[in-house]
Design a protein around this ligand. Structure first.
Ligand SMILES: *[C@@H]1O[C@H](CO)[C@@H](O)[C@H](O)[C@H]1NC(C)=O
Ligand SMILES: *[C@@H]1O[C@H](CO)[C@@H](O)[C@H](O)[C@H]1NC(C)=O
Ligand SMILES: *[C@@H]1O[C@H](CO)[C@@H](O)[C@H](O)[C@H]1NC(C)=O
Length: 483
């Protein structure tokens, strides 16, 4: 059988390639020479002018990481493999598949595949270009590359953090339309390797599909391959980081209901601290998210918690306001009957005590002069005792054992009102009087402690109910979208 000259040359080359040749024979110039002699032009696709070249693609995924909600992208490192047949490179004489230096790809026609949805991508070059080139006897070329790309992935964060994302990786021919090149997955879904071993922080990989379609542009219809995979967000991290602190904050705001309403600083501080902490928590949670206009699931939850914390603070405002109202009302009711007497008794009382004190001390001075040194000690003790008693009486304005005054005549809590007003901060007092002027009629609450009592039940039950509604809604929506 006659061997055409070109074929003969290739055969000779192959025989040399197969290991028996010395270094000079496989030098680039020799290969250039062979390719040139065969009339090989790398600017022309295989089967130029005829049927389109079929390029079969498979890949191994080495890693997927840096899934970013803010930028809506992820990083992926892949080993991309393309197979196509170039009759011009076929050879005879051996069944061996020839692995050539990857840099030889610069001298051959290779598909102009690119990743249309990538933002950045690069080929690895350490220590040499990470490329693989293998020739099969029938002219089939295997061309492998290692690529790292940052790929856009539009995310719908409405259900965040109970969301699932559908990310894609696309391949397209840059210049050849479907009339020249066709892209196919080598083995359908089985063309994707290594996805099972991928670990992504915060995500589990749900499932994937491969599809073959076309990209339509002004310049024509281009072959396109799509690989899409599901990312299920791992909620545990966000629950620990955001939800749990928010729940604990809401619960700690309820502590206020168990504190005596008269402990103004304690309850106000607790209320304001929880509100501020809630604000910090929600701004920290939003930091890792893009500024999108729609409402996310986490926003709903944090708003709910904020509402509860704020309501607990308002509850105290109401308790305090109504308790002041009740005290004043009681005071005024009693005051209408016995106010004049009470005032008289108070002033009289103070005067009497002052007078009594002076009298006593002068008496004692006299007595001290008369009595001897031994007796003096006892007297001074008794004097101190007297003075102490009287000063205590003055402090309360009404000693209980004071003769001539009954409890009804001057009620002990009649003076409480003034005392409380002094205890409260001037601001709170001003607000109270302002509210008092604004609303002549205050709500008819018998006992302000009842508000606390109801809140102890109402707040937790409402919170539990809203939690059940929230979680069932969003978990249902999550499963609704399951892949
Ligand atoms: C060459 O590669 C083909 C396809 O991968 C394979 O079927 C064949 O066994 C290989 N030949 C040798 C000699 O390894
Ligand atoms: C994911 O997105 C791709 C491309 O938009 C689409 O073809 C595919 O059907 C989507 N998968 C799911 C499960 O929504
Ligand atoms: C690939 O997998 C998806 C989902 O598992 C399936 O719907 C599809 O039919 C598969 N495609 C092929 C070619 O096997």
């Amino acid at each position: 059988m006659e061997i055409p000259p070109a074929r003969f040359l290739v055969l000779m080359t192959v025989i040399r390639f197969c290991g028996r040749a010395d270094a000079s024979d496989t030098s680039p110039s020799t290969i250039d020479h062979i390719l040139a002699e065969r009339g090989y032009d790398r600017h022309l696709r295989p089967n130029f002018g005829g049927a389109p070249v079929v390029v079969r693609v498979s890949m191994s995924i080495a890693s997927i990481d840096q899934v970013s909600e803010v930028n809506m992208d992820y990083m992926v490192t892949i080993f991309l493999r393309q197979y196509w047949q170039d009759i011009r490179l076929s050879f005879e004489g051996t069944n061996a598949n020839l692995t050539l230096d990857g840099r030889l790809s610069d001298r051959l026609w290779v598909p102009d595949l690119f990743i249309p949805n990538s933002k950045q991508a690069f080929l690895h070059k350490v220590t040499v270009d990470n490329k693989l080139l293998r020739l099969h006897p029938d002219g089939t070329v295997l061309y492998g590359q290692r690529i790292t790309a940052k790929v856009a992935c539009t995310m719908d964060l409405r259900n965040y953090p109970l969301d699932e994302q559908n990310c894609t990786l696309q391949y397209e021919s840059y210049g050849y339309t479907t009339q020249d090149v066709l892209f196919l997955w080598k083995d359908g879904n089985a063309s994707i390797h290594g996805l099972e071993d991928i670990e992504i922080a915060q995500f589990d990989i749900g499932g994937f599909t491969t599809s073959e379609n076309h990209g339509y542009y002004e310049t024509g219809e281009y072959p396109r391959l799509t690989f899409s995979f599901r990312l299920h967000r791992n909620v545990v991290f966000i629950i620990l980081q955001t939800y749990l602190p928010a729940i604990l904050l809401v619960i700690s705001s309820w502590v206020s209901f168990f504190i005596n309403p008269e402990a103004v600083p304690a309850r106000v501080t607790l209320g304001i601290t929880t509100v501020l902490t809630m604000t910090t928590l929600s701004s920290a949670a939003k930091e890792s998210l893009p500024k999108i206009s729609y409402i996310k699931a986490i926003d709903v939850y944090l708003a709910m918690c904020f509402f509860f914390v704020f309501a607990a603070l308002l509850e105290y405002a109401i308790v305090n306001f109504s308790s002041v109202g009740i005290a004043k009302k009681q005071a005024s009711q009693r005051g209408q009957q016995e106010k004049p007497e009470c005032h008289v008794c108070r002033c009289h009382d103070v005067e009497a005590h002052v007078g009594g004190l002076n009298g006593v001390s002068s008496q004692h001075t006299l007595r001290v002069d008369i009595e001897n040194e031994a007796a003096r000690k006892e007297t001074s003790f008794s004097l101190q005792g007297d003075v102490k008693d009287q000063s205590q009486s003055r402090g309360t304005f009404l000693p209980p054992a004071q003769p001539g005054y009954t409890d009804g005549a001057c009620p002990p809590d009649a003076g409480m009102d003034d005392g409380e007003a002094k205890e409260r901060s001037p601001f709170a007092a001003a607000v109270t009087t302002m509210l008092h002027h604004l609303y002549g009629r205050r709500p008819q609450i018998k006992n302000s402690n009842n508000i606390d009592k109801y809140s102890r039940i109402m707040f937790p039950s409402l919170f539990i109910v809203l939690n059940i509604v929230y979680w069932s809604t969003y978990l249902y929506r999550r499963h609704y979208f399951v892949f």
